[in-house]
Design a protein around this ligand. Structure first.
Ligand code: GLU
Length: 552
C-alpha cells in the first residue's frame, strides 16, 4: 500500500505539514522544573464542584513552579454543544478567582485555545498518521457498526472495532478511491497494535504504579465531519502547547492506554499524569437484613452543592471554596492554616505527595465551617462591599436596604467583628439577611418569645421599668447596671451564679431580664450584643418595639 498516496487522497486540501505546526508552536522557553498545566473542559452546561480539584491542582503546580496554567475549550463534540455554556463556565471560574495565563479571552502564543478552531492542525497530524500507515479510513455505516455491536454483546466480548470485526483496515488504495468517488463518508481510525493480553505499566503521580490492559480497539481519530475526537485533539494540543502535567478526573484512566498509543504513534513525549479521585458523598443504605450502613457514592449532578453555580448563588466567598478544596487535596492543609492564620492560601506549599489516592468525601458542613471562619476575618467594610455586590444580583429588596443607609448597615456588620473572637454568625451572603433582618422595620418579624414559665404581667412589669430608666446615651456599664437594678427590684437576682446556688426567693436572674428586653426589641431570644443593637436601632425604635410588645 502506498500510504503517502492514501494520505493525499484523504486529505487533498491539507497543505500545512506537522513540521509547519511544530515550527509555529515552538517549545516553551521556561526555567528548569517549570510545569505547564491546563484545564480542558468540554462546555456541556454544568460545572461540577469536583472540577475545582483538578483546577486547583493544575493552577498550584504551574504557578508554584513558575510555569504556565492555561484554559483550553474542548468543544469538538457538537452533540454535546450547549448554548452559552462556554461563557457560563468562564464566569464561574472567574468568580472563584481562578486565573488562566492563556485562554480564549487572554489569548497566548499557542492560540487558538478553542479546539473547534484548530481543525486544520489536527488534520495535519491525522494526515501524517495515514502517510505512515498508522491510521486508515473506515467506511462502515452506522447500521453496520450497530450490527457488529449486537453480535459482540451476544458473544459477550468487548464491543468496538477490533480483531475479526474490523472490515476496512486492509482496503486497497483503489477500493478507498472508489468509495470516496461513490460519495461514501468515512471516519479515520487508529491502526491499533495493542494486545488485550498485555498490560501497560505506568506511573500516575497520585495513584502510583498502575497496570492497565493495552488498547486493541481501532478507535476513531477523526469523525465524519473531519473534526477530531477528544482523544486525538487533546493529544495534539497537549504536545503543541507544551503541557508537562495532565491533571484530570480518574474517569479518564481507562482511556489512558489509547492516549499513550496516540502519543506514541505521533512521536510525542507523553506528559506526566495525575488522575484525581472523584468526589464522593456518604449515603446511608439498608441491606437485606435491615442493617443501616454508610457507603460512599459518587457526588452526582443532582446532589445539593454539586454544581459550582450553587456557591455563587448562595454567596460563598471564593476564598472559602478555595480553602475547602485545598483541605480536600492536601492532608496537611488544615495544620498549615492553624499555624499560618493570616496567610493567603497561595502561600501554602502544595505538594503532590500529600494527595490521597482514594476518593475524597464531599462535606458541605465542613465547607460551611470554613466559610464562617473566612467571613469572620473580613472587616465590616469588606463584608459590606461583597454583600451588596451579591444582594444586587440576588436580592433587590435587601440591596436597597443596605445601600439606603450605608452607615447603619456597616454598623450592624461591625457588631462582634474584629480581634480573635470574631463572631461566626454567617459564612455566606445569603445567610446575612435572616440574621440581621430584625434591624430593619421593613423586615422585622417576631420570631420567638420569652420562656412560657414567665407570665405576661411579670415580663411587662420589667419592660415598663426598663423604659422608665432607658437612656440611649448611657455607656454600656451604666446601661447594664440599670438592668441589674431594675431586675432586682422586680425579684430577679442580679447575679447568675448566686441565683443558681439558691434560686428560691427569686423569679429568675438578670439573664432572664435581658431576655425579656431582647425578645421585645429583636423578636428573638438570640442576637448580637444587645447594647450595640440598641445603639444602632436608636431611642425611638427601641421604645416603640418595647411598647408594641407590651401591648401584644
Ligand atoms: N475535555 C475533557 C473533559 O471534558 C478533558 C479531559 C482531560 O483533561 O484530558 O473532561
Amino acid at each position: 500500500m502506498d500510504y503517502k498516496a492514501l494520505a493525499e487522497l484523504l486529505f487533498p486540501n491539507v497543505e500545512n505539514t506537522t513540521e509547519y505546526y511544530e515550527e509555529k508552536y515552538k517549545a516553551r522557553n521556561l526555567p528548569e522544573g517549570a510545569k505547564v498545566t491546563r484545564f480542558a473542559p468540554s462546555p456541556t452546561g454544568f460545572v461540577h464542584f469536583g472540577s475545582m480539584l483538578p483546577v486547583v491542582v493544575s493552577e498550584r503546580l504551574a504557578h508554584q513552579s513558575g510555569g504556565v496554567f492555561y484554559l483550553r475549550i474542548e468543544d469538538t463534540d457538537d452533540k454535546r454543544y450547549v448554548e452559552g455554556a462556554e461563557e457560563d463556565l468562564i464566569n464561574v471560574y472567574k468568580y472563584f478567582g481562578v486565573s488562566f495565563d492563556e485562554s480564549i479571552m487572554a489569548g497566548g502564543e499557542y492560540a487558538p485555545y478553542r479546539q473547534s478552531e484548530r481543525k486544520d492542525v489536527y488534520s495535519a497530524y491525522a494526515k501524517k498518521l495515514v502517510a505512515e500507515g498508522k491510521a486508515y479510513p473506515c467506511f462502515c455505516s452506522a447500521e453496520e457498526l450497530d450490527e457488529t455491536r449486537k453480535l459482540q454483546e451476544e458473544r459477550k466480548v468487548v464491543t468496538g472495532y477490533w480483531g475479526e470485526y474490523v472490515k476496512c483496515r486492509d482496503l486497497t488504495l483503489e477500493q478507498v478511491e472508489e468509495n470516496i468517488k461513490a460519495g461514501k463518508e468515512w471516519v479515520l481510525r487508529i491502526k491499533s497494535n495493542g494486545n488485550p493480553e498485555n498490560k501497560i505499566k505506568f506511573t500516575d503521580l497520585i495513584k502510583g504504579a498502575i497496570e492497565i490492559t493495552e488498547n486493541h480497539i481501532d478507535h476513531i481519530l477523526l469523525k465524519r465531519d473531519g473534526m477530531p475526537t477528544y482523544h486525538l485533539a487533546h493529544g495534539v494540543d497537549d504536545h503543541l502547547m507544551g503541557t508537562t502535567h495532565v491533571v484530570r478526573g480518574e474517569e479518564w484512566l481507562p482511556s489512558l492506554p489509547y492516549h499513550l498509543q496516540i502519543f506514541g504513534a505521533l512521536g510525542f513525549k507523553a506528559p506526566k499524569y495525575l488522575h484525581i479521585s472523584q468526589l464522593m458523598k456518604a449515603v446511608e443504605v439498608e441491606d437485606e437484613e435491615g442493617n443501616v450502613k454508610t457507603v460512599k457514592k459518587k457526588l452526582s449532578k443532582r446532589d445539593m452543592g454539586a454544581g459550582l453555580s450553587y456557591y455563587i448563588e448562595k454567596g460563598y466567598t471564593p476564598e472559602s471554596v478555595m480553602e475547602y478544596v485545598l483541605t480536600c487535596l492536601n492532608s496537611n492543609y488544615e495544620d498549615w492554616r492553624r499555624a499560618n492564620k493570616d496567610a493567603h492560601y497561595t502561600e501554602f506549599p502544595f505538594s503532590i505527595k500529600k494527595m490521597s489516592a482514594s476518593g475524597t468525601l464531599f462535606d458541605l458542613a465542613k465547607l460551611n465551617d470554613v466559610s464562617k471562619n473566612v467571613v469572620s476575618k473580613l472587616t465590616a467594610d469588606e463584608v459590606y462591599d461583597r454583600l451588596t455586590v451579591w444582594a444586587k444580583e440576588y436580592d433587590g429588596e435587601f440591596y436597597n436596604l443596605l445601600v439606603n443607609d450605608e452607615a447603619l448597615a456597616k454598623g450592624i456588620l461591625s457588631i462582634g467583628r474584629g480581634g480573635n473572637k470574631s463572631r461566626k454568625d454567617f459564612g455566606t451572603w445569603s445567610e446575612v439577611k435572616p440574621f440581621i433582618s430584625f434591624f430593619y422595620d421593613e423586615l422585622f418579624v417576631r420570631e420567638e418569645n420569652v420562656p412560657e414559665s414567665f407570665d405576661k404581667e411579670t415580663v411587662n412589669g420589667v419592660l415598663e421599668a426598663f423604659l422608665a430608666s432607658f437612656d440611649l446615651s448611657d455607656d454600656q456599664n451604666t446601661w447594664f447596671g440599670k438592668i441589674k437594678e431594675l431586675g432586682a427590684e422586680k425579684g430577679f437576682c442580679p447575679d447568675v451564679k448566686a441565683y443558681k446556688a439558691s434560686p428560691e426567693g427569686y423569679k429568675g436572674h438578670v439573664g432572664d431580664v435581658s431576655t425579656f428586653i431582647r425578645v421585645a426589641v429583636t423578636g428573638r431570644t438570640n442576637s448580637p450584643d444587645l447594647y450595640a443593637v440598641m445603639q444602632l436601632l436608636g431611642k425611638e425604635r427601641v421604645e416603640k418595639r418595647i411598647r408594641d410588645y407590651i401591648n401584644l
